[in-house]
Write a protein of this length. Structure first.
Length: 384
């Protein structure tokens, strides 16, 4: 058994679990947006299946590895980034412009997202994602079940890093397939590269904060939210879509998209902070109170520290060293009692209002405007 080659999908060693909760964000808007998600998933499926076949030709074991990477991409999710990019493009291009030429570029953002998620799960030692075992956990379980040599945990982490790397390579390949006017792809790539740099910056600031939470602050946590989430979730995808339509930085439209994108993106992360403490595990696909267990310096926890009484602050010092569920629940009550939750809710509302005001400053396709208004609400008023 120990000498068998792992030619199958490595994630299938553990059973899938259904994920409840909100419908994907695009689906709450209209059927035409769901059609977009279907088109993006179809583009990804066709591309990834061909890549799996090509890697299988190198070695059967590579086929199993590539299938694992493929299924990490196709394992679900809201497809938020391609959706924002689409409406950024559609706001300028208009409803009669065919989608086919830019579809590979939109799908590229899902590959970039998978790269970030898989690596993030390794860095955070996360056990689940979307109600399923994370890639490194599932691969480690496969390694242990097969009785292979070496440390299963380290093997799982190493394979997950390679999965993320492969998704980044695939993203570049897929972007190159977009059908754009001469010279336009170069401009699109400039914004795309900036998005990737900002994603790395946000991730580094995030893990740096966990090493010294006592010297962190709300403003520092919001800066992490801006670069780790707001930039690559909303702002940069919007600008990416605008660039696909021929509009670049330095224009009034780019300024409005930036203001909208950063506001919605920060509100999205603030909602995530609340869900990280108070979310239903069945809905979020992640254990309740995870941020309290790890002591992650989110804006919510930093604000709770600022508002806390001396006794409450002493209790908050226990974050990162909690044991059983009652301890987590007790600390969640402390955070609530500080008033930080209500303050975060108001910060979310303020950012959504600012985003909608930004849209009023420019002329874009009315269908796109309606969609972006709906997305601002759906992305920030959610349960998962």
């Amino acid at each position: 058994m120990a000498n068998d080659q792992p030619t199958g999908n490595l994630l299938r060693v553990l059973p899938e679990q259904p994920v409840g909760g909100d419908e994907p964000i695009p689906a709450v808007l209209a059927a035409y947006t769901q059609d977009l998600v279907t088109a993006v998933e179809g583009s990804l499926t066709d591309f990834l299946n061909a890549e799996v076949d090509a890697l299988t030709d190198i070695d059967p074991a590579m086929g199993g590895f590539a299938a694992t990477a493929r299924d990490c991409v196709l394992a679900g999710g809201k497809r938020v980034r391609p959706t924002f990019a689409y409406w950024g493009w559609r706001g300028i291009a208009g409803r009669d412009e065919p989608l086919d030429g830019v579809l590979p570029a939109l799908a590229t953002l899902e590959l970039l997202h998978t790269f970030a998620l898989v690596h993030d799960d390794v860095m955070d030692a996360s056990a689940t994602r979307r109600g399923r075992p994370t890639a490194h956990v599932a691969v480690a379980a496969q390694h242990a079940a097969a009785g292979r040599n070496g440390d299963s945990g380290r093997f799982g982490e190493a394979v997950a890093v390679l999965i993320g790397d492969l998704c980044m390579v695939w993203a570049d390949q897929l972007l190159a397939r977009a059908t754009l006017p001469p010279g336009r792809l170069l401009e699109v790539r400039r914004g795309y590269d900036r998005m990737r740099v900002e994603t790395v910056a946000g991730q580094y600031l995030d893990i740096l904060g966990e090493t010294d939470p006592a010297n962190w602050s709300v403003n520092r946590a919001l800066r992490v939210a801006r670069y780790k989430t707001a930039s690559y979730t909303v702002q940069r995808p919007l600008l990416f879509g605008a660039s696909l339509a021929g509009v670049d930085d330095g224009t009034p439209l780019a300024a409005a998209y930036t203001r909208y994108g950063l506001a919605v993106g920060e509100a999205f992360q603030l909602r995530d902070d609340l869900l990280g403490v108070y979310g239903d595990p069945i809905t979020t696909g992640k254990p309740a109170g995870d941020d309290l267990r790890t002591g992650k310096p989110t804006a919510l926890l930093m604000l709770a520290r600022e508002l806390a009484s001396p006794a409450q602050r002493q209790a908050l010092d226990d974050t990162g060293s909690l044991g059983d569920e009652p301890e987590v629940a007790r600390l969640a009550e402390v955070v609530l009692d500080t008033g930080a939750v209500g303050r975060i809710e108001r910060m979310i509302d303020e950012r959504v209002r600012d985003a909608l005001t930004a849209l009023d400053t420019v002329t874009i396709d009315e269908t796109a405007r309606t969609a972006l208004v709906g997305l601002a609400t759906a992305a920030t008023n959610r349960r998962s």
